[in-house]
Design a protein. Sequence first.
Lengths: 183, 256
Amino acid sequence: MNWLNSIVVLLAAFVAVFLEAVLRGPREFLGAQIDLLPAIVVYASLSSDLVTLSLVAVLGGLWIDALSANPLGVSVLPLFAAGFLIYPRRGLIMRDQFYARFVLGLGASALVPFLTLLLLLSMRRTPLLGWGTLWQWFVMSLGGALLTPICFWLIDALTRALSYLPVAESSFRADREIRRGRN
Amino acid sequence: MLLALVVLNLPHHAASQIKLAIGGLFLPLFGLSKSSQQLARQAGDALTPRAELLRQNQELRRTNQVLQQYAVQADAIFRENDRLRDLLDWQRQSPWKDRLHLASVIARDPANWWQIVQIDLGSRDGMKTDLPVLAPNGELVGRVSAVSLTRSEVMLIGDANCRISARIEKNGETGIIIGGSSTVDHTLVTLSFLSGAGNSKPGQSVVTSGIGVFPGGIRVGQLAEEPHMTEQGFAEVTVKLWADPGALDEVWVLMQ
């Protein structure tokens, strides 16, 4: 298990939650805050192991609920759901393609707030809902989709920067050299 | 998944305590964010080119001579300004001036379906739940909904769970302000459970009624339309808040 990658992914989730709480730009210009956790869950389900995926879903969900009026733990299950829909099919997904990252980010960013709202309503909570919610959902989905490839690039770059570079070995071997000539 | 179900079914008090403890993990980042903004400002000041500084210096010398001539006149204007400031400054005028504590908004709810902000005053500063929170000009923006040692959660008027007793100042009609009437414009709320439409007109001022936990007379907003009767037999009207809850950087907390 690559602990460095897990730590980097969890660190990214922690910083993402912090940024969502302090950045006002998206809310002011787009009318909705973009959730970065679904994008990180997509990364974890394609590039990390099951333990990391579970940790991102649990800790990310608890972190975001701690800074929100959500009941504690309500964001955990939707993040799990998004991750576990992707994880079994990871072998079939071309994770290096921008298009694949975009589409998975779009799906996860749309699914997570939808499931969270369903859970909130089933718990008889009264979130702020109206026609504007559809716009917020659109912004969250599209914003999350666009940020997913960026999350991949950032987390991969950070993991590479903190890891040892693989030693570049030449395939040349002197004892296997073919000598050509008349002798 | 089992863990999530266990956490979701925790008693309210235990869940609140755990939330506050987990939220405490972000405190260093909130501090870091504040100090890095200051550092960036200082760095920006330090990076002004020398030629630009010299040009500004020459310009300032010239301006200084002109200003000296105005100094005598300005002295009188300053005195008048101070007097007007005394008259207009809300905090000094306020009947609660000794109970007002200034707080900075340090975070907003990451979820789009709640209208909640976090402020940098906590129980160690004397914060308690249900204290009224006011905008810099003294208009009501919400109430304290949860308190930890170093920070508090403020539920803004626009939140669907926020209920505040208010009255129309002109005719004394009393009702309940219910948030969540618009997901697009958070300055619009509904004043509901009015006994009748009465002679209320758009533009009339709405203040807290004094019934419940808030003192009366705190400015809330103005009527955006004429009241209309509902099927349940009471009247309701849309109120435009004076303060925009989404644009707050600092707030007053009215302590007990």
